[in-house]
Design a protein around this ligand. Structure first.
Ligand code: NDP
Length: 286
């Protein structure tokens, strides 16, 4: 993965993660190789005060696109030529796509989640309980609402963020959305179809984190999904599997947002299995 660049290669990148072995870079470069594309995906650390110059650099050097991680997803919008309707609703961009001389912003996180969910069920008409109200929750909330969810309950520790997300979904998508403050173990109603953890509970290194849920309220017909990619098996998913629920791990969302970015940049369909295998290798799964 660390071959030197050559001048004929098409370039894409992620801004903002100061880690030696970026999982997304490994996943994207494995997919480029498998498709026979002589493209590279670079990890470039950018300090917040240098974001404008970094986006200028993308333009100047003809990058085909980029991903953005925290803290750049909101700030980057002012430097782009346009953003998609869904990214505007979320107020965040995690993917830049160059079209001719324009840099356009998309948000592929929520779309990646919905794609992953659609592998087991269609979100249309489903009652959803989602834990969390941060960036991932906003993206997932908007896309599941746009995909036709019947009802969404936002459960969050802080009232301010939880209420703001419930209001955003209610106003912008018209899907009935309510907020419940997360105080102690949450009990799921019997008619919930899909349960989503969109918080950072369980993310490495906090791998033994206990998920505050009354696990006796899980029913075997529920689909339980977690955004945590590392480690992909969380406390919530272990308990859900014990209760007989269908489970979806955070690698599915990560792979599918990568698939969408790959298609937007290259116009080619990558192999999701190759991408998942690359992530599993980085995270030491299997
Ligand atoms: P944010 O910091 O924006 O939001 C974090 C959320 O988690 C908030 O709702 C926060 O609640 C909640 N939270 C954190 N700790 C606790 C706790 N101990 N108890 C209860 N609630 C808690 O982060 P993001 O939304 O950007 O990311 C969330 C997770 O999603 C991360 O772990 C990230 O790795 C993952 N992610 C996965 C992706 C994938 O492709 N699989 C893509 C994007 C993100 P409060 O408002 O009260 O602080």
């Amino acid at each position: 993965m660390n071959q030197p660049l050559n001048f004929k290669q098409e370039l894409t990148c992620v801004f903002g993660q100061p880690v030696a072995e970026n999982p997304t870079q490994c996943m994207m470069e494995a997919a480029y190789n498998a498709c026979g594309l002589d493209w590279r995906y670079l990890t470039i650390e950018v300090a917040p005060e240098n974001l404008a110059q970094a986006v200028g650099g993308l333009r100047a050097m003809g990058f085909r696109g980029a991903n953005l991680t925290i803290p750049h997803k909101v700030e980057v919008i002012q430097y782009l030529d346009g953003i998609s309707d869904a990214a505007a609703m979320m107020g965040a961009v995690n993917c830049i796509v160059r079209k001719d001389d324009q840099l356009l912003g998309e948000n592929t996180d929520g779309k990646g989640f919905v794609q992953s969910l659609k592998e087991v069920t269609d979100p249309a008409g489903k009652k959803i309980v989602m834990f969390g109200a941060g960036g991932a929750a906003r993206a997932i909330g908007v896309e599941t609402a746009l995909a036709g969810a019947a009802e969404i309950t936002i459960v969050n520790r802080s009232t301010e963020r939880g209420e703001a997300l419930a209001q955003l979904l209610q106003e912008k998508t018209n899907v009935p959305t309510t907020f419940t403050k997360w105080d102690g173990d949450y009990t799921l109603a019997d008619d919930v179809d899909v349960v989503i953890n969109a918080t950072s509970i369980g993310l490495f290194p906090d791998v033994d984190a206990v998920f505050p849920l009354d696990f006796a309220s899980l029913k075997s017909n529920m689909i339980v999904s977690d955004v945590i990619p590392n480690p992909p098996e969380t406390h919530l998913l272990r308990e859900a599997a014990k209760a007989g629920c269908t489970t979806l791990d955070g690698l599915g969302m990560l792979v599918n947002q990568g698939v969408i970015g790959f298609q937007l940049w290259t116009g080619v369909d990558p192999d999701p299995q190759v991408m998942r295998a690359a992530l599993e290798e980085v995270f030491g799964v299997k």
